[in-house]
Design a protein around this ligand. Structure first.
Ligand SMILES: *Cc1c(COP(=O)(O)O)cnc(C)c1O
Length: 517
């Protein structure tokens, strides 16, 4: 397969780059996002054939048709590392069908029990291999420190993905007292010789601003390079190397449904995705472009409904929108960065329009797309939002009707799928195991209101103990091993730091000094 090249959504990079360079760069110069010049297509036979291979081979095949500039045998090895024993089922992301028309794609069988694993168990290997290739070619000299600010889930998935990967260290910052007991223990007990975790005084915004300021500090970048031969990277969800593994599971899911006799080859399937940064649903769009018979894409929002309003009106407006805390925190987002790639595709790759809209968003906190692009959006997407109380009610009603327990993010998608569905069967992306969000699952099962204080004896339980209680009450004993064991694992990271630039930089340097010794 010939190599594909990547160019940027704002048309500001004169030169297109291969996959490996796009992965290492993350963001393109000029602020745009990388997209492939060529989107490969598959025949329905090729798609259905995938079900007869192990998941790692499916992923390898799709990377190959995309024209990744690494040798085939290396791609194969990396995919076997990405999708092997680290998942708790060899199906990797199995499908549970609630009825003949509703299929749930379980994307949480990886080590951290959330869908970020699907990408973050894969990207680090390709990041490391890409860096090694560029070093060999003489266009890269340094190694990397991945610096991540997290509100909880992404940090753990990144730690687990980059843990003990060659030539890369990872440091994660989370808001002190601002994450759940489970999330705290998942991060503070992280294993690996190349990892560090800091609790930062302040809220998530302070963490994120702190990280941004460190990334923007040219003097510190020079110091890192001189003292440690290290460059900072974020490997965040705009990295093309995180998007590609997500395309894989939609293609794979279609073939799986056909192989299980739940779908006729060629039959249209609608897809419903609980959406935050628009990465997951964008991957479904690319799968459709590649030839998978996908009908409508349903974008499910929580009370932070900026995307739903955008899809329904053509105006993206955060000028007077407040950030709302919901039971589905991984979708609590105002600026949805991967939407930029989607609009690039739906404008027929009009980089000038994208650059203008992104500029409007920055200056005026809103942008409005033209009528043709809006029509293209409406042709592909429908959207709906779910309020917090309805989210919790859905957890309970799905459990009562189907004896199936879902997390709040999946509940949002299930409810929206119910509202928007037409004649096609629907595949609902399930993005987290319920035991990651035990508090709200408990509230849902006990008819409590969103945010209502838990009974004192329940509030006193650790996250693991609460999950045990829920398991006893529901008979759902399938708590993933990585979550069930957290109370008995040694806490490794206890450092609390200030959120200002110099405190973070000092902590990073101290970690790197320790790494060298
Ligand atoms: C990140 C995340 C989402 C949102 O996915 P996007 O790709 O950002 O749209 C939804 N649910 C869970 C549990 C997540 O961790």
């Amino acid at each position: 397969m010939s190599d594909n090249l990547y160019r940027d959504t704002r048309g500001r990079c004169p030169q297109a780059v291969p996959f490996t360079q796009a992965v290492i760069n993350g963001l393109a110069d000029g602020g745009g996002l990388y997209v492939p010049e060529h989107i490969p297509t598959l025949t329905i036979d090729e798609i259905c054939e995938l079900a007869h291979m192990p998941y790692a081979k499916r992923a390898m095949f799709i990377y190959q048709v995309f024209g990744v500039d690494l040798p085939d045998d290396q791609i194969e090895t990396l995919m076997q590392k990405s999708y092997g024993e680290n998942f708790d089922t060899d199906q990797i992301c199995p499908i549970t069908s609630l009825d003949a028309q509703t299929h749930v794609l379980e994307l949480w069988h990886g080590p951290t029990s959330a869908f970020k694993d699907m990408a973050l168990q894969c990207l680090p290997h390709f990041f490391s291999a890409s860096a090694a290739k560029l070093r060999e070619e003489g266009t890269l000299e340094h190694e990397f420190l991945i610096l991540v600010a997290t509100s909880g889930d992404t940090g753990k998935a990144a730690l687990e993905g980059f843990c003990d990967v060659d030539g890369i260290s990872i440091g994660v910052m989370y808001p002190h007292g601002g994450v759940s007991d489970i999330q705290y223990k998942q991060m503070a007990t992280q294993k690996g010789n190349n990892v560090c975790v800091w609790s930062v005084e302040g809220n998530f915004d302070d963490c994120q601003t702190g990280a941004k300021n460190v990334f923007g500090d040219a003097t510190y970048a020079a110091e890192l390079s001189e003292r440690f031969n290290i460059s900072l990277s974020s490997a965040n969800s705009i990295n093309w190397g995180r998007l590609m593994p997500q395309i894989v599971y939609y293609i794979s899911a279609y073939s799986q449904l056909v192989a299980e006799g739940k779908l006729e080859a060629g039959q249209l399937l609608d897809i419903c995705v609980p959406t935050g940064n628009f990465g997951n649903i964008l991957a479904a769009y690319y799968a459709k472009r590649m030839g998978v018979p996908i009908g409508m894409l349903f974008c499910a929002s929580n009370e932070n409904r900026v995307l739903t309003d955008f899809i329904n009106t053509g105006t993206y407006d955060i000028s007077s929108r407040e950030f709302i805390l919901t039971p589905s925190p991984s979708m609590d987002i105002l600026v949805s960065s991967n939407l930029e790639r989607q609009l690039f595709e739906l404008t027929g790759r009009n980089a000038d329009a994208i650059a203008q809209w992104m500029d409007d968003l920055k200056q005026e906190k809103r942008f409005r797309i033209d009528p043709e692009t809006f029509a293209a959006v409406r042709e592909q997407f429908s959207a709906d939002a779910v309020d917090n109380a309805t989210c919790l009610e859905t957890i309970k009603s799905v459990f009562e009707e189907h004896d199936y327990l879902v997390d709040p993010h999946t509940a949002v998608a299930l409810h929206v799928a119910q509202n928007l569905r037409g004649e096609n069967p629907v595949l609902v992306a399930s993005t987290a195991h319920w035991a990651k969000f035990g508090n709200n699952v408990y509230r849902a099962l006990h008819d409590m209101k969103p945010g209502e204080a838990l009974p004192e004896d329940v509030a006193a339980l650790s996250g693991c103990e609460l999950n045990e209680l829920i398991a006893q009450e529901t008979g759902m004993f399938d708590i993933p091993a990585g979550l069930a064991a957290l109370d008995s694992m040694p806490i490794r990271f206890t450092e609390v730091i200030e959120g200002n630039v110099s405190s973070i930089e000092d902590a990073v340097s101290a970690f790197l000094v320790e790494q060298q010794s």
